[in-house]
Design a protein around this ligand. Structure first.
Ligand code: BGC
Length: 359
């Protein structure tokens, strides 16, 4: 009896260990036998990766190749961990790497290792820098993202004389953060005073909140607007302003159309976000990956540009980002099915939904 119980306990531990792999960032696989496709995502604090990118990618791979397997891992913003995860995927027989790099420069090492084993690499969302071993890049026009954020912020500041803003940029190791910052500066410079500006390592919300707190102290709470590079940092800046008693809250930007951000926009706490339709990005990457894994020709119609990464012009698929403010929630993220009215308009937000005409 005791022996049986021990055996059962061991079995439970084994099953839990196998099931838990995907959630611990250790890498897991789904699907049948056949070709293996590695999806390496950078972090899990930003909602999009586990809620959108991962399932959309996995479902599309399954639809295109029922016996392909997705080897999934998430690096939780640890570049060394991502390196090990990529090496593990290669050892495990991955036929293609779809890599969303924690650190664009460090990821060149991963691309090099893959190339040495004749494994093609797709640079997903964030560009892998200084490497000729990158086969495709699929992302959004990320300078345009920064321009949309800057333009919306200027719009919100119409009528303010000599407005001054705080800029909370993303992680400097992420090439996208550089592009968002560049796009934002290209429209804001000369029109506003940038009173304080920070780069936020790891896109950390905690760090962004500290940065905003420091800025508020230095500026005696006098801030007309906040440029935050994404919804995590935007939400953190808003939290810092709320706890410092800043009233009314100045317009704050974001990006990712996180559900929490759309709800903040609804109730007037956040001014805007940038909606990047993850479906065509994740599904496009899945199509590329399956073609490459099966040795098929990628249709040239998929590619709409080239991006120089410092070592090569990488054939690119670049998608178009979209601004979302309170008045366009219905015609963007709701209309596109990114969020349903039911997800958005929970009891706490029901009145705000009604006022915004989302019913
Ligand atoms: C992505 C954003 C995301 C950020 C933090 C960027 O590379 O494009 O969508 O918010 O990383 O993960």
């Amino acid at each position: 009896m005791a022996g049986l119980r021990t055996l059962l306990a061991l079995l439970v531990v084994a099953v839990v260990a196998v099931a838990g792999c995907g959630n611990t960032g250790g890498g897991s696989s789904s699907g049948g036998g056949g070709k293996k496709i590695a999806l390496l995502l950078p972090e899990s604090k930003t909602a999009r990766y586990e809620a959108k990118d991962r399932p959309l990618f996995q479902d599309k791979v399954k639809a295109l190749c029922s016996d392909c397997q997705v080897l999934y891992s998430n690096a939780n913003q640890d570049s060394a961990a991502q390196q090990s995860q990529a090496e593990a995927a290669l050892t495990n027989g991955a036929a293609v790497l779809v890599l969303d790099a924690v650190d664009g420069a460090a990821a060149a090492g991963i691309a090099q290792k893959a190339k040495a084993q004749n494994v093609p690499v797709i640079s997903y969302d964030r560009l892998i820098l200084n490497s000729a071993a990158v086969n495709y890049y699929i992302s959004f026009d990320n300078v345009a993202v920064g321009k949309l954020q800057g333009t919306a912020l200027l719009q919100a500041l119409t009528g303010k004389t000599s407005p001054s803003i705080v800029m909370i940029n993303g992680d400097p190791a992420d090439n996208n953060a550089k592009l968002f910052k560049q796009g934002a500066h290209s429209v804001l410079d000369g029109k506003v005073t940038v009173a304080k500006e920070y780069d936020t390592p790891n896109w950390s919300g905690d760090q962004a909140q500290n940065e905003m707190q420091q800025a508020l102290t230095a500026l005696a709470n006098k801030v007309d607007g906040v440029y935050a590079a994404n919804d995590t940092t935007g939400g953190a800046a808003i939290a810092a302003m709320k706890s410092a008693g800043v009233r009314p809250l100045p317009p704050t930007t974001g990006q990712d159309a996180d559900l929490a951000a759309i709800q903040r926009i609804l109730i007037g706490e956040q001014y805007m976000t940038v909606y990047k339709a993850i479906k065509p990005e994740a599904e496009g990457a899945a199509e590329l990956a399956v073609d490459l894994a099966l040795g098929k020709q990628v249709p040239s119609s998929m590619v709409n540009g080239k991006t120089n990464n410092g070592a090569a012009d990488v054939p690119s698929i670049l998608l178009t980002p979209q601004t979302v403010t309170k008045s366009t929630i219905g015609t963007t993220v709701i209309q596109d099915g990114y969020w349903t009215k039911e997800q958005l308009c929970t009891s706490q937000y029901a009145d705000a939904c009604k006022t915004a005409g989302i019913t």
